[in-house]
Structure formats: structure tokens, C-alpha cells
Design a binder for this molecule. Structure first.
Ligand code: ADP
Length: 699
């Protein structure tokens, strides 16, 4: 079967050929035989890199040819961006919808296909349900994420809402793909085929035992991980090492870099972030190795991925998050840590599904004839256990996580907006994967408890017909956890102090918080005593509720990070002071911007004055003091430039308009000076003539 056999126009065939798609992989052929291009639902559960994306693209093209629209849901922003670029390359009229949860996204109507995440799509549907009437295809990438406690319920809810459309669900190899297919009334394609053969094995006592019982001796170096990496790098091999903590990624990468440098390996690259972590990365890169984890700046993670793809560096030491991200194949994958620390449960084995995701990264289609995935054992008995648990065992059954209290709170509120009945709620939950697996009655008991909770807190009202209140509607549209809404409403006061506002934001369940490190308890304990009147949330008693109090302190620590950020402390200093990565700072800032916006909106809903909150939103967005708000509204002026200008008495848009270009150029450099002049409506000609737009007055 080739591209011509499925009725693609020459135009598309040529574009696909340019992208390297000429014929089909065997699982793709199997999928094409099911008739999913004619509109049938399909679940495709095949290994990483066996070609799921092409199936999605073909379904999307066929849907558009029928005059309909498609939604493509992927789990991560980076993946969404990748798919968006490719769909553009194919020549489709595609939009990318990420970010801002409180917007209706009506502009999306002009596109044939929208690439988004399940959370963003859920929020879009809350605003504009009717907008998706002419969508006839719903593509879900990585549908096995239904199993995830954090992401699964939202994915499941949007799938239920789109169940009357055609669904194309793509999955990793999972043991109960048939159950998902039954739930969706879908054709099922399961296959173990890979473009590159994968050999799995366990390393123990200087030798790898493979799943075909063959052995491979490894030359011992100072430590086992290094021995496996050095062996994997032979003949231009590239190696991915998975460890379970950020610190380990750095420590292991440093050791490998030292070894590599002695072997004459080098690479000259620059970090994109001004941070200690960026400096450490550059140090490792100079030895041809990188670390990769969520604490790093996004630009640095992208840099590492790019260098590895190009073969400039040959080793990445990563936390498991890398395995869920963009496709970054290596010849050898080493899983050093197959246990992970959980704050509640201690050191726990990682799930088989997650280990398979990591192992599946082995084998580079264009470079290797095979890939190898090696687990590391500390003893022969552990070696046997690893074979039994991860190599010879099927992956865990995917189960719905929809009945969790947190998930139901959010989604039941959404279903009550603007109104619903018990019968409608039952009808909705009857269609869920949860009901398919465990029956509708079990989940309905929990739904009833959730409704009581929402009623108690005045988010919904009514008996026969259940309606969202004004507060409930706002919380729903803001896309925050109802508990966050309740917390922010309870915190409202006239004359709120900055620390109190920032802490209230950090107290909501939608905000991640930084744990206290050794010795920090005393610092924040002191701060809380000093500033206790500023807090909008009651301070727990440190004697009677020590755990709660410690958690409160970690929220105060997170609020302090934000306070430094809006006080213009340089990012590098913030990261060093709190021992966090630039990636953590960005995540906290982005979340805090969203929650502070919600705080302001809730204040408005309850007629509180909200000027201070309005300022806080902007200050968090831009990381500046209140005096810089006007300057940072201008595109191209960030916190550092704004402060420079302000100190030189250029403080408003008008000041920028009036300032001679030469002066701005001396402060900001030519390019920025010209750009910001344009931003305030002054056109700058080639010869530095300055004319105001519209009336061409020379100034
Ligand atoms: P998956 O989503 O299953 O992990 P992808 O769809 O990303 O895998 O495909 C993995 C790689 O294989 C990509 O680089 C893709 O371009 C390539 N590929 C997929 N299908 C084909 C094909 N039919 N012919 C050539 N290359 C293909």
C-alpha cells in the first residue's frame, strides 16, 4: 500500500514525501485497513516511534476534505508546537491554542484544525461549547494518560464530550487497549512492530544480560553508570540515562563530562539562561554531555534536545519527564533508577508503563540497526526481579482516575454550568471510561457528595434543576479548582497587604509550592511571626497543627519568591537564594499570574475594590515594582530595560515618544530603540528621521 492507494492528492503526496513519508509502516497499514479514514473510531496502541502521528495527519486531511474541522489534543505544549509546525508544513489551515484559560478563543473558528492540550480544550469548551459544532474529528495523542491522576480526568471528560464525533485515539502499548476501544466503540490496532529492533536487558556485575539470553561484558570504570555510558558511546553511539532526581542528573552528567574530556571529547555551546544551572550545563556540555530536568530554563532544555538531535552531544542524563516529551531517540537507554521517592510513600518502584516509555526511546531510525534499553541491578537477585517486573511482564492496566475528589470538584461544577439535572449528570457519567470499568453507581455516590460540597460553598444551587451561581460560573470560566475559588473568596478584605495577597495565591491548590530546605523553617517561622497581621488566611497553630504549619511556611516561602520577583531581584539571585531552577521560577510566575488574575476577578464579583490586585497581576507578569507598570506595557520593554529607562527619567509612553532616538539608542541599543519607538506609534525611517505615524510631523 502506498500514499496513492488512499486517494491523497499529488499535492499532499509531494509534501509528505518531502517530510520523509513515502510508504507505510506495517502498523500504519493495519490501521488503514480498519476504515478509520472513512470515519470509524480507532484506537492504535503501538510502540513509540512506530508512526502514530502520520495516522493522525491522514485522518485530519480526510476530515477537512469532507468540509469539516478537527481537534488534535496532545499532552504537552512542546509537542503541540511540534505538531502545529508539521501540519503547517503539510499545508493545512491550522491554529495552535495554548495558555490563557479565561478566553473564549472565538478566533479559532477560522481554522480547519486546532492543536491544543486537553486542559486548554476543556477550558475552551466551557466558554464556547457551540464553537465546536462543525468539528467532526477528535484526535487524542497518548490516550494512555487516562491513567494519570493529574491529567487523566480532564482528558476523559473532554473525550466524553466529544464521544459523538469520530475519535482517533493513539496510545503507547498498554495491556488493556481493548478496553479503551470497547469504551469508544472503536476498531483496535495493536502491534509490537518497531522501525528499529529493541533489545532489553539488565546490567549486573559488569555484564548485560539481554532478553534473548545473550551476554555482553562491560569494561569496568570508576562507576557502573559510567561504564555503561562509555560502552554505549562506542562507534558513534548516543546514550540516554534516566535517573530519579534533578540533583542526580547533574552529578552523573558531571562525572561523565570529566571522563569524556579525558578522552578528548568537547563541545562549545552557550546556555540561554543567566543562572547557576545554566553555568553548570555549559560545564557539562564542554564534555559532550548534558543534563535535562524540569528545573531548567525552557531554552536550555530545547538547546540540549537540539544538540543531541544533531549529534553534537552524545549523552543526556535526564529525569523521567524527558521520556514523556518530544521524541529523542538514542542507541542505548540506561535506566539507572527504577525507584522514585514519593513524599507520602517513600522510595517506590516506578510503574512498568513509565519504564517502558523510557526504554522505548532506544533505537535511532536512521542511524542504528538496533536499540538497547538497559536496567541497572545491584545484585543477581535484583537482576531476576527486574526481568520479572519490567521485561517479561505486561504493563499495568490503565484505569480511570475520574472519581478522585479533586477531579470531580472541577468537572461537576463545569457540568452544572449553566444548569443541569440529576438525570443529565447520570447520563454524562454513564458515558465515562470510569463507568465502563467500574459501573456508574460507584461514581454517582461521589458525584452526590461533590454536589453537596459545591452547594455548601454557594457555587451551585437548586434541587431539581441544579445551576451554577454567579460565583460558580466565574470559577468555572476562570478554570480554577473550586477549592481555589473558595480560598480566594475567603481571603478577600479591603486594604490587603502585598505579602498577604501573594500568600493567599500560594495557598490555593492550583499553585505548586516549594518545600522548605534544611534550616529554612526558622527563617519563615520568624517571618510569619513578624508579619502575622498581613496574612489573609488564618495562620495554623504551630504547636497543635505542626504539619499544617510547616505547609503554611512552604506557601510563605513560595510567596517570598514571588515578592522578590516583583521587587525586581534579578532571576539569577532568586534562583540562588531559594535554591530553585529558572524553570521552577517560570512555572511559579505563570501559575501565580493566572491565580492572581482569578483573585482579581473574584474580588470584582463580590464588589471588593480590586485596584491592588489588578496591579499585582501586572507586577507578577512583568516582575516589576508598581512604578514600572506603564513602561512594561510596551512590547519589547522588560523589567531590566524599564528600570534603566525609569532611572533616567523616561517613565511614560509619552516620555518615550519625546525622547530623541539617539538617547534611547545609547540606553537600549539601536534595534530595541527603533522597535519601541514603533511600539509607541513613531515611525523611524532608514535615515533616522523621526515622524509620528498618521500626520507625518517631523520631531
Ligand atoms: P510515534 O508517534 O508512534 O511515537 P512518530 O509518528 O513520531 O511515532 O514517528 C516516529 C518517526 O518515524 C518520525 O520521525 C516519523 O517521521 C517517522 N515515520 C513515521 N511513519 C513513517 C513512514 N511511513 N515512513 C517513513 N518515516 C516514518
Amino acid at each position: 500500500m502506498d500514499m496513492r492507494d488512499i486517494g491523497l492528492s499529488q499535492e499532499f503526496i509531494s509534501r509528505f514525501e518531502k517530510m520523509g513519508y513515502t510508504s507505510f509502516f506495517p502498523p500504519q497499514e493495519d490501521a488503514l485497513k480498519t476504515g478509520f479514514l472513512e470515519g470509524k473510531n480507532i484506537v492504535v496502541a503501538i510502540p513509540t516511534a512506530s508512526g502514530k502521528t502520520l495516522l493522525a495527519y491522514l485522518a485530519i486531511i480526510r476530515c477537512i476534505q469532507r468540509g469539516k474541522k478537527a481537534i488534535y489534543v496532545v499532552p504537552l505544549k512542546a509537542l503541540a508546537e511540534e505538531k502545529f509546525r508539521e501540519l503547517k508544513q503539510i499545508g493545512l489551515n491550522v491554529a495552535l491554542s495554548l495558555g490563557d484559560y479565561d478566553s473564549g478563543g472565538t478566533w479559532l473558528r477560522d481554522f480547519d484544525v486546532v492543536v491544543t492540550t486537553s486542559e486548554k480544550f476543556d477550558s475552551l469548551m466551557r466558554h464556547q461549547m457551540r464553537m465546536f459544532d462543525d468539528v467532526s474529528l477528535f484526535v487524542v495523542d497518548e490516550v494512555h494518560l487516562l491513567h494519570s491522576v493529574n491529567r487523566g480526568p480532564t482528558l476523559e471528560v473532554v473525550m466524553v464530550k466529544m464521544k459523538h464525533k469520530q475519535i482517533v485515539a493513539l496510545s503507547a502499548t498498554i495491556s488493556n487497549a481493548s478496553e479503551i476501544a470497547e469504551w469508544l466503540g472503536a476498531e483496535l490496532v495493536v502491534s509490537d512492530w518497531r522501525p528499529v529492533t529493541l533489545k532489553k536487558g539488565v546490567f549486573s556485575e559488569n555484564s548485560i544480560t539481554y532478553d534473548d539470553n545473550s551476554l555482553h561484558a562491560i569494561k569496568p570504570l570508576v562507576d557502573d553508570t559510567l561504564s555503561l555510558v562509555a560502552d554505549g558511546m562506542r562507534d558513534d553511539g548516543q546514550v540516554l540515562v534516566f535517573v530519579n532526581s534533578r540533583r542526580s542528573t547533574q552529578a552523573v552528567a558531571r562525572r561523565i563530562a570529566l571522563y569524556n574530556k579525558k578522552q578528548g571529547e568537547s563541545c562549545d555551546a552557550h546556555s540561554a539562561s543567566d543562572s547557576q544551572l545554566g553555568d553548570k550545563l555549559v560545564e557539562c556540555l564542554s564534555g559532550g554531555v548534558a543534563f535535562h530536568h524540569a528545573g531548567m530554563a525552557r531554552e536550555d532544555r530545547a538547546l540540549v534536545e537540539e544538540l543531541f538531535k544533531k549529534g553534537v552531544i552524545r549523552v543526556i542524563v535526564a529525569t523521567p519527564t524527558l521520556a514523556a516529551g518530544i521524541n529523542l531517540p538514542a542507541r542505548r537507554v540506561v535506566v539507572r533508577d527504577w525507584r522514585r521517592f514519593d513524599i507520602n510513600l517513600g522510595n517506590r518502584p516506578i510503574s512498568n508503563l513509565e519504564i517502558q516509555q523510557m526504554m522505548g526511546r532506544a533505537g535511532r531510525p536512521r542511524f542504528d540497526t538496533y536499540g538497547e534499553a538497559i536496567l541497572m541491578a545491584k545484585s543477581p537477585s535484583q537482576c531476576t526481579m527486574l526481568f520479572d517486573t519490567y521485561i517479561n511482564a505486561p504493563t499495568e492496566r490503565i484505569t480511570s482516575k475520574l472519581s478522585s475528589e479533586d477531579a470531580l470538584r472541577r468537572h461537576v461544577l463545569s457540568l452544572c454550568n449553566p444548569e443541569t439535572t440529576s438525570k443529565d449528570l447520570y447520563a454524562f457519567f454513564e458515558k465515562t471510561f470510569y463507568s465502563h470499568q467500574f459501573g456508574t453507581d460507584t461514581v454517582m455516590e461521589k458525584v452526590a457528595l461533590t454536589l453537596e460540597f459545591l452547594q455548601e460553598h454557594a457555587l451551585v444551587e437548586g434541587e431539581e434543576i441544579i445551576r451554577s451561581t454567579l460565583f460558580g460560573k466565574r470559577v468555572n470560566d476562570l478554570y480554577i479548582d473550586p477549592l481555589s475559588g473558595i480560598c480566594l473568596k475567603g481571603a478577600l478584605k479591603e486594604n490587603m497587604q502585598i505579602l498577604g495577597m501573594l500568600h493567599a495565591i500560594c495557598h490555593t491548590p492550583d499553585m505548586p509550592t516549594f518545600y522548605l530546605r534544611k534550616g529554612e523553617f526558622e527563617d519563615y517561622d520568624f517571618l510569619v511571626h513578624e508579619m502575622k497581621d498581613d496574612f489573609l488566611i488564618e495562620v495554623p497553630d504551630s504547636w497543635y497543627e505542626p504539619d499544617k504549619y510547616e505547609f503554611f511556611l512552604s506557601e510563605v516561602k513560595t510567596a517570598s519568591v514571588l515578592l522578590d520577583w516583583i521587587s525586581e531581584v534579578p532571576e539569577r539571585n532568586i534562583c540562588e537564594k531559594y535554591d530553585i531552577g529558572p524553570g521552577d521560577l517560570i512555572r511559579i510566575r505563570e501559575n501565580a499570574e493566572w491565580i492572581s488574575y482569578a483573585f482579581k476577578e473574584i474580588a470584582k464579583t463580590f464588589n471588593y475594590s480590586h485596584d491592588d490586585l489588578y496591579k499585582i497581576v501586572f507586577r507578577i507578569k512583568n516582575g516589576v515594582g508598581p512604578d514600572l507598570l506603564e513602561l512594561t506595557l510596551i512590547k519589547g520593554i522588560g523589567r531590566v530595560r524599564a528600570r534603566k529607562l525609569y532611572n533616567l527619567n523616561i517613565r511614560t509612553k509619552g516620555d518615550i515618544r519625546k525622547a530623541p532616538l539617539g538617547r534611547l539608542e545609547r540606553i537600549l541599543g539601536r534595534k530595541t530603540a527603533v522597535n519601541i519607538k514603533k511600539e509607541v506609534g513613531i515611525m523611524v525611517s532608514e535615515k533616522d528621521d523621526l515622524r509620528t505615524t498618521g500626520n507625518s510631523t517631523l520631531i
